[in-house]
Design a protein around this ligand. Sequence first.
Ligand SMILES: [Zn+2]
Length: 168
Amino acid sequence: MEHRPNKRVERKSSRTNTRNVQPHAHDSYRHDRKTKHAIVCDECGVVFHGGRWYWGAPPLGDEEGGLCPACARIRDGYPAGSIELKDVPDTLRDEVLRMIRNVEDQEKDEHPLERLMEVEERDGMLVATTTGTHLPRCIAGALRRRFHDGVAIRYPDGEGLVRVMWEA
Ligand SMILES: [Zn+2]
């Protein structure tokens, strides 16, 4: 673990490219690597062992460094999912932003690769990009529970993209 390349520098420079990148689920970020060693992410410390990623201590024995898929996506500015919120009423904006963060907090505990990347204003919409395809759906579910029929929710590609429109 002595050799830790400075990934943060790369991350800063690649972040400017995030804007027009389409979310992608099927790609090389999946970790199907067979290894008898545990992998501990250099960036966030999440552990890969026994075919899954989890928060905690690696088993005793050799471990390898590397980047988990979530940190790799963040470094590359390459989201797996996104949720687009249209016509969010000004009065609800802060609450909605808080909800997005809270859902991430809960989700990431159990599913370490489901994380928020950026939350930003884009073309008059509030857009949150994510490292996993599941988190946008969780956020949509929380919005549905809170606002019921006040929001229309669409899944245009059946994958990681979710669109939420506030009904006037
Ligand atoms: Zn990581």
